[in-house]
Design a protein around this ligand. Structure first.
Ligand code: FCB
Length: 385
């Protein structure tokens, strides 16, 4: 590849989600037992100004975060004005630093009143969700353009209802399909609602797409790939294709198919054992071209406590992303997961995904070396080695 300059105006940043970093949240996770309680997390709720100073110092011009539904609507139909004010300040803090906010409306946990009624299984979920979206967007429409309605609906449905390892830990394949249907409807309703309130809004979801590789192009592998691509990568996007302005891509996984799934070589893995395979992002991006929408990489990252592999990981993914851009894929932004070390769902606090290390005892922030390498790329708009 010739020396490639990322376009001017390309968005560079990192992502977080409310429950994983804020601390002090009461929702269906925190009430599901000790294992699921994020407690104080990174105390980002009280330290967001300090954290955004770091964001600024790292050269980012965009930042993805989520609003916690249980803070905004602690009781059914009742809005907590103090919490709305909090997020108003969060958004302002980003704007004051010249950082474009990407706001996720739902990054998995739900308010307790909603859990008690049946959670994501409820028929009325689209109504409740679009009512919440209406409130948020009416409040913040002057300062936010990019809205992400749902984070990885298929991961949520899989872990919460198919595997039953996340709250509400109700393993039931029928519920799994029902939840996917409900989330499709929830997104569509929210999309229509947001467009009504804010016609210039840009709306999408954050979709976890996997590179399924048909090993040696064998026919059996190709058939398996076709099916799994259809269900995992494209079904949800197809269902919402007339209700999205951009595609948010969360990319973490490669899955080599060779008469079965996950026949990966695993030559390099993260602390969580996830295979490191930067080329995968190229294939996933090329496959998304069919939707003819701008694409933002809304998450991509690894757990790497010693910061030994992160620099290479980022550079590798940006290299393959650049290749996809050169091949005509309309990629407009990249958000590393995550800005901070944080609460990694049922794994707890041990996985270290952050550009910034957190010492949870004293809540101290320490910028990792790889974050400075990422900064250099942002400044130079190219990968020069
Ligand atoms: C994604 C989630 C995010 C984080 C990363 C590691 O699936 O969206 O919250 O947990 O994985």
């Amino acid at each position: 590849m010739d020396k490639f300059q990322f376009p001017k105006g390309f968005l560079w940043g990192a992502a977080t989600s409310a429950y994983q970093v804020e601390g002090g949240i009461k929702n269906d996770w925190s009430e599901a037992g000790e294992k699921f309680d994020a407690g104080k997390a990174c105390d980002h709720y009280n330290r967001f100004e300090e954290d955004f100073n770091i964001v600024k110092s790292l050269g980012h011009n965009a930042h993805r975060f989520s609003i916690e539904w249980s803070r905004i609507e602690p009781e059914e139909g009742k809005w907590d004005e103090k919490e709305i004010e909090h997020y108003r300040n969060v958004i302002k803090a980003l704007r004051n630093r010249g950082i474009e906010p990407f706001v996720t409306l739902w990054h998995w946990p739900i308010p307790l009143w909603l859990r008690n009624k049946g959670g994501a299984k409820l028929k009325k979920i689209p109504l409740y969700f679009s009512r919440y979206a209406e409130k948020i967007v009416s409040e913040f429409k002057n300062n936010v353009i990019f809205w992400i309605t749902l984070n990885e609906p298929e991961i949520y449905a899989t872990n919460s209802y198919l595997k039953g390892v996340w709250p509400p830990q109700k393993k039931n394949p029928i519920s799994y399909f029902l939840i996917i249907r409900n989330l499709i409807k929830a997104h569509r309703e929210a999309y229509k609602m947001i467009k009504k309130i804010q016609p210039n809004a840009r709306i999408g979801i954050a979709k976890n797409n996997i590179y399924f590789e048909a090993y040696q192009n064998k026919i059996v592998n190709r058939i398996l790939k076709k099916f799994i691509d259809w269900w995992w990568n494209f079904y949800f996007l197809n269902q919402i294709k007339n209700y999205q302005d951009f595609i948010g891509l969360n990319h973490y996984f490669h899955n080599r198919i060779n008469y079965g799934f996950n026949k990966n070589e695993n030559l390099k893995v993260s602390d969580m054992g996830w295979e490191l395979y930067p080329e995968g992002i190229y294939h996933v991006l090329k496959d998304l071209k069919r939707y003819k929408k701008p694409i933002y990489i809304t998450e991509n990252g690894l757990a790497d406590a010693n910061d030994e592999k992160r620099e290479k990981f980022i550079k590798g993914h940006l290299y393959w992303m650049a290749k996809a851009i050169q091949d005509g894929v309309d990629v407009r932004g990249y958000f590393y997961w995550s800005l901070l070390d944080n609460f990694e769902w049922d794994s707890g606090f041990w996985p270290r995904f952050g550009l910034v290390e957190i010492d949870y005892k004293i809540m101290e922030r320490k910028i990792r070396k790889s974050a400075l390498e990422y900064k250099k790329i942002i400044e130079n708009r190219c990968l020069d080695d």
